[in-house]
Design a protein around this ligand. Structure first.
Ligand code: PLP
Length: 417
């Protein structure tokens, strides 16, 4: 449910929300809310305090650490809680450079999240050499080229586990083994992977997660730091997190993260099968029934919840606004680049031409989505696209009436090119 506000700010009606933007953020699960509330309301002591009112809280932080460690196959002491995925990514990059002053090269990919790409662009201005590896038309990486691009002065290889825009999954185990064999530190931004892929951090030196992608609240993340890996704290302050990250812990957020990790691990197999089924039905039906559409990115290996679709002769902005009117949430590109007029850097790196890239929409499903949600989207999307194409300056030559896939009212759609 969401509330529609009148211009006077008075809540008018409640409407059902059809949420297809789980790669941007996820709803905090009710079990997770229940777990964290006591740490906002009752147990608000500082975990670093010596007296019991504070110290008892520290035990709960450690329990949460065990739970998130189990999700990524790590030892609890290898988990450093942070404020978000962006901080974890920044910390990994900065630490690799700080602990290896003779190495001034970062090797990453052209399709990383802005939390890596923009930080690397900033590092370039500080004199660090950065290589952004290309991807192919399916968004896949050439691991051989990655190996050839490692240099004696490479401080860190940073490759995301799964792409937030297309869902394409990179072979992280293989890349980690390659980096290990070449004696170079390896970081993976695994923000989109937990609960959607089986994960084992063991091969990586550093790994990033963000709680709000996992049905926990915003403002908490983690950096896995392999035991024995050189590490320089990014936030320098108190002795929290075994000296690896200063700052009083976000206790309620951390407890929530732990509970969410526990739930994700328990539900992953069943949920992924169900969500994949919904995603495939959504994607296949759109591709079949809406002309001039195609999927961006390889079909596999891909996150089970993500579908990125190009609607030619449209602009994503218009699609998203019309969907929003219908209570449907989806997005173009990453949430962090929404509002930017530039085509997605991920699609551009895949060779998608600007005219096509501007009409691409990402649908990312989650455990709250149902068959009814998918039916609702499929009922409305052909009409939305047809209406936008009627006014598009570069619209396809002819339009013809078509039956809706679910056999409902006919809508006007463009003839296939
Ligand atoms: N990395 C990836 C792949 C993401 O999808 C995101 C968020 O969208 C981030 C990093 C940033 O995470 P946070 O919002 O916790 O800073």
């Amino acid at each position: 449910m969401f509330v529609v506000e009148s211009p006077l700010g008075i809540n008018m009606i409640e409407r059902k929300l059809y949420y297809f933007d789980n790669n941007a953020t996820t709803r905090v699960a009710p079990e997770v809310v229940d777990a964290m509330i006591p740490f906002l309301r009752d147990f608000w002591g500082n975990p670093s305090s010596a007296y019991r009112f504070g110290a008892q809280v520290a035990g709960r932080v450690e329990e949460a650490r065990e739970k998130v460690a189990a999700l990524i196959g790590a030892e609890p002491r290898e988990v450093v809680f942070t404020s978000c995925g962006t901080e974890s990514n920044n910390a990994a990059l900065q630490s690799a450079l700080a602990t290896q002053p003779g190495k001034r090269h970062i090797l990453t990919t052209a399709v990383e999240h802005p939390a890596i790409i923009n930080h690397c662009q900033w590092l370039r201005k500080q004199g660090v050499d950065v290589t952004f590896l290309p991807v192919d038309a399916g968004g896949l990486l050439d691991v051989r080229l990655l190996g050839q691009s490692i240099r004696p002065d490479t401080a860190l290889v940073s490759v995301m586990w799964a792409n937030n825009e297309t869902g394409v999954v990179f072979p992280i185990g293989e890349i980690a083994a390659l980096c290990r064999s070449r004696n170079v530190l390896f970081h993976t931004d695994a923000t989109q992977a937990p609960g959607r892929l089986k994960m084992d951090a063991a091969g990586a030196d550093f790994l990033t997660l963000s709680a709000h992608k996992l049905h926990a609240p915003k403002g908490v993340g983690l950096l896995y730091v392999r035991r024995g890996a050189p590490f320089q704290p990014y936030l320098i302050g108190g002795h929290q997190e075994r000296g690896k990250r200063g700052g009083t812990e976000n206790v309620a957020g951390i407890v929530a993260f732990g509970r969410a990790a526990e739930l994700a691990l328990a539900r992953m197999d069943d949920e992924n099968t169900r969500v994949r089924g919904l995603r495939d039905r959504l994607e296949n039906t759109i591709l079949r029934s809406v002309p001039n559409t195609l999927r961006n990115g390889a079909k596999e290996p891909r996150l089970p919840n993500t579908s990125n679709i190009a609607f030619d002769f449209t602009e994503a902005e218009g699609i998203l606004m019309m969907l929003d009117e219908l209570g449907i949430c989806a997005s173009s590109g990453s949430a962090c680049t929404t509002g930017s007029l530039k085509p997605s850097h991920v699609l551009t790196a895949m060779g998608v031409q600007p005219a096509r890239a501007k009409g691409c929409v990402r649908f990312s499903l989650g455990c709250d989505n149902t068959d009814e949600d998918v039916d609702y989207l499929l009922t409305h999307i052909p009409g939305v696209i047809a209406r936008l194409r009627e006014t598009a300056p570069d619209k396809p030559a002819r339009t013809r009436p078509a039956r809706h896939p679910a056999g409902r009212a006919p809508v006007l759609v463009a003839e296939s090119a």
